[in-house]
Design a binder for this molecule. Structure first.
Ligand code: ARG
Length: 441
């Protein structure tokens, strides 16, 4: 009944906030916009409690207060969301906004030879917007060609295009012939041009980290082990020496940057943890010693447990070589079993999908897989809010609806603690106090 009215309100608000932004640009004396958001319920991700009848007051891009049963000050504009649950904006700590299976000719080799970083750059804003509309207001982009991620992040921060807050890694470091070396599997006389993260030796990797920082990296990503979607024969063998991994982490940390290591194999995972990485990505074959080491070091373990379904169902159609699909079959189930062991062991785990391998905007599909393999819905939601924010070093900015935090929030109908898959249908998204996706839940 009130859906049409809500739609109209949101439209007015969107127009009003654009006008406000323009006014702020031309006259800095205009006070920040104040707005209230009212819903039937709010999930407090810190405590797991559901707050009834919450009223969230927003000033500018921040939350000012959250009260139960309160009413907005007279004259303040109120967004009435009705029978929905409010949650903090979601966070995905492992995406690639410069790739998507929809950007493919259906022929792996044709893709490799005819698509360049410019092709991905022009669709990246669309992919970023899809991510935002799906309720993901913050992402960590862990690898992109030719600094497209930096340009994307900066355009979003300038307010020129709409997308999530981005922490960007620029090019991922990797050894010659390893998971980051796109020329593996091609004839030796074929050359690809463009920025590459291929770097070897202690001095080489230190220089590459410095170059990434110089170009604007917020975080450093490196390939500790072999991977699935690349042409080396192993799927999990270490691809850097301990000394190289140690040097990457030492250098990155000196520049104040956290480090994410791609690692499927048990040995590479342990080497990366011993080197002091902040997070291990994929974690497929982690063993008991690895789980123990991660606990000792406080290392985050990020399992992309939805990925396998999509790769096995779709990648054959994209002409991906059978050898890569065979590697995926080795990883898929074991990764999920080890995800369950990690949950039982009480590891620190952040929500990481590898979206880009599967379509952007489908990020939330992973919640149901996480619950199927051992997390409670609250654990899965925390992994994508407070816990992810902690890994990013932004736990005082995002991942909760609290005074002083960015006004990043989403609304879903239904109870996400009873059925986490309701997060796949986010009906309202606010980022930094602006309604960016306003269809009714
Ligand atoms: N980017 C990763 C790789 O190529 C994807 C692994 C996906 N598979 C999985 N089961 N999580 O190694």
């Amino acid at each position: 009944m009130r859906l049409a009215a809500l739609f109209a309100t949101l439209l007015t608000l969107a127009v009003a906030s654009t006008a406000d932004a323009q006014a702020q640009n031309s006259a800095s004396v205009v006070p920040p916009a104040r707005i209230a958001v009212h819903a039937a319920r709010l999930l407090d991700v810190d405590t797991g409690r559901v707050v009834a009848d919450p009223l969230v007051l927003v000033e500018g891009d921040k939350v000012v207060s959250v009260t139960a049963g309160g009413s907005a000050p007279a004259g303040m504009q109120v967004i009435e969301l009705g029978d929905v649950t409010l949650l903090p904006g979601l966070i995905d700590v492992h995406v690639h906004l410069t790739s998507d299976p929809t950007v493919s000719t259906g022929n792996y080799y044709k893709d490799a030879l005819t698509l360049g970083s410019m092709d991905y750059a022009v669709v990246a804003p669309t992919l970023a917007k899809r991510t935002l509309d799906a309720g993901f207001t913050t992402v960590r982009n862990v690898g992109a060609d030719d600094y497209v991620d930096i340009a994307l992040r900066n355009a979003i921060n300038r307010g020129q295009i709409e997308g999530p807050r981005i922490l960007a890694a620029t090019v991922a470091l990797g050894s010659t012939g390893g998971h980051a070396d796109d020329t593996t599997g091609f004839a030796p006389n074929i050359e690809f041009h463009g920025e590459t993260g291929v770097a070897n030796g202690v001095e080489g990797v230190r220089e590459r980290v410095r170059e990434n920082v110089k170009r604007g990296a917020d975080v450093i990503k490196f390939m500790a082990s072999a991977g699935v979607l690349s042409n080396e024969t192993s799927v999990g063998a270490p691809q850097y020496s301990q000394a190289e991994m140690d040097a990457i982490v030492d250098e990155a940390h000196r520049w104040g940057k956290k480090v994410a290591a791609h690692a499927h194999g048990a040995e590479a995972i342990k080497m990366a943890i011993r080197a002091g990485v902040d997070s291990v990505e994929h974690c497929s074959f982690i063993d008991d010693e690895g789980l123990k080491l991660a606990k000792q070091h406080g290392t985050w373990l990020d399992f992309d447990v939805y990925n396998d379904d999509y790769i096995l169902a779709e990648y054959g159609k994209l002409g991906v070589p059978e050898e890569q699909l065979a590697k995926e079959r080795l990883v898929g189930r074991t990764q999920r079993e080890n995800f369950r062991r990690a949950v039982r062991a009480g590891e620190k785990m952040a929500f990481a999908t590898d979206a880009g391998v599967y379509p952007h905007g489908w990020n939330a599909k992973q919640f149901a897989t996480m619950v199927k393999w051992g997390m409670t819905p609250l654990q899965a939601i925390r992994s994508a809010t407070v816990d992810a924010a902690d890994l990013l070093g932004w736990k005082d900015k995002v991942g909760a609806i609290k005074p002083g935090y960015y006004a990043d929030m989403v609304a879903v109908s239904g109870d996400p603690l009873a059925d986490v898959s309701v997060l796949e249908h986010v009906g309202f998204v606010m980022k930094g106090g602006r309604v960016v996706h306003g269809a009714t839940p």
